[in-house]
Design a protein around this ligand. Sequence first.
Ligand SMILES: [Zn+2]
Length: 375
Amino acid sequence: MPLHVARRVHKLPFHHVQNGLMPPAKHHMPFNKAHITEFGLKIMERDPNTKAVVSVRCQFCVFNGREELHPEKVRKRAKTDKIMSWQRTFRTDYYQKHLDSQHCTVWATYQLLSYDQKNVFFVDVKPFKETLPHHFDSRYTEPSLVFTIESPIVDVIISQMFFNPAEQDAPGQVRALKLFKQTLSDADMYEVAIKNRRQFQLCISQISRGNSFRQVVGNLTSIKDIIGPSGIGSVTVEVVSNYARQISAVSLQRLMIILRENKSIWAFSLANDASTHWGSSYLDNRIRFQLRGKLYDVHAIAIPMFEQHTGINMFRLVTRFLDIICPIWRQKLLGVASDGASVMTGEFQGVVTRIEKEIPHKVRSDRRMRRCANC
Ligand SMILES: [Zn+2]
């Protein structure tokens, strides 16, 4: 391959590297039918001769309306009610950009749904223009944020793995589990309802920047003191820790859907690491996978280690987690890595050996976590 081509290919996203080609900006991408469900689209027009799709529209614009990503900012122009549509060029990065910027909250909820739930998401729903929030300031009429979580995430990971066996049924555990309500329609599902979206989004964004729960409370109190009534409401350490539990469950649900339902993810790798925080030991698990041309390195979970840090115990924790998050992990796991710290080396080999015995194919193992196990 000539050097200038090799250089260009090196910079391209994975799926384009496979083809060796990058679609030019105005390349007419044919429509992929699977995107109707994946991105909430509706076909609006077909070519009368070829029957090829000519135009699709965004169903979230029709049924949910556009959201304010930064409601605190003064707008120079009035918010548009225009229904977004795409003609002839059907690129996933265009859909993604629109959904992230205009339907951030409902799009986050939608992605957690199963394929069947997505298919009926817009059935029997009133168009946004016929609803009350369209006529009033949405800040005061926003409905609760509701997330649906599958029961093994709550019953096993949150309820059992996050608590010491001695703490089962203790007040702390009972309080934590009250955050998740079993749905009336399906006993295998739980619901998480967030009443104050603004407070939730502010708390989560602060936690994700590495602030402790106490720091989050301090920061939001300062903001309220400076800007006055803002819809943030009362924030305590307990409120923030509850949000952290809820967002952990929501994230695990999202990871589960990605690994289980996305056919394009044919493999992933695992990176384990042991850490200590306030005298407690944790087994950190990172999962690396490729999705829509991007390589993701996700911190999936820090599992508390209540028992001895032996290889067999760590193996049990990892497999218990994987059995829930990706029941067919034995077919999909390609590599296992660790940070190579002395605390892990002996035990790590024990974990790898046991994982290798479970898997029909050859697994790549690497003690240096920084090196990508997918490569
Ligand atoms: Zn839209």
